[in-house]
Design a protein around this ligand. Structure first.
Ligand SMILES: NC(=O)c1ccc[n+]([C@@H]2O[C@H](COP(=O)([O-])OP(=O)(O)OC[C@H]3O[C@@H](n4cnc5c(N)ncnc54)[C@H](O)[C@@H]3O)[C@@H](O)[C@H]2O)c1
Length: 65
């Protein structure tokens, strides 16, 4: 099993990408890291919330230059 990290996965692009990706890549686990700000909405990910190959983490990502 491989794992990918999706940042901002509860937003517009991520919430469409994650179900699409999980359905087509059965050997992948997806970790969705999202702070659930103004745009994040877990209602858009209900179809995958019980998928054992999906994990949601409410956390901030920071790019430190
Ligand atoms: N109906 C439509 O066609 C439609 C609707 C919305 C957006 N859009 C387009 O989609 C694009 C935006 O989509 P998107 O998915 O990139 O953005 P988004 O704003 O929809 O989602 C960003 C996600 O990242 C999270 N996030 C942001 N900063 C974070 C941080 N530091 N740590 C953790 N989480 C963080 C937010 O909580 C959110 O869930 C734009 O081009 C916009 O015009 C289109």
């Amino acid at each position: 099993m491989k794992t990918i990290l999706v940042t901002g996965g509860a937003g517009f692009i991520g919430s469409n990408f994650i179900p699409f990706f999980l359905e087509r890549n059965k050997n992948f686990h997806v970790i969705n890291l999202d702070l659930l700000t103004y745009a994040g909405n877990l209602d858009n990910l209900k179809e995958v919330e019980n998928n054992p190959r999906y994990t949601f983490v409410k956390e901030i990502f920071v790019i430190d230059n």
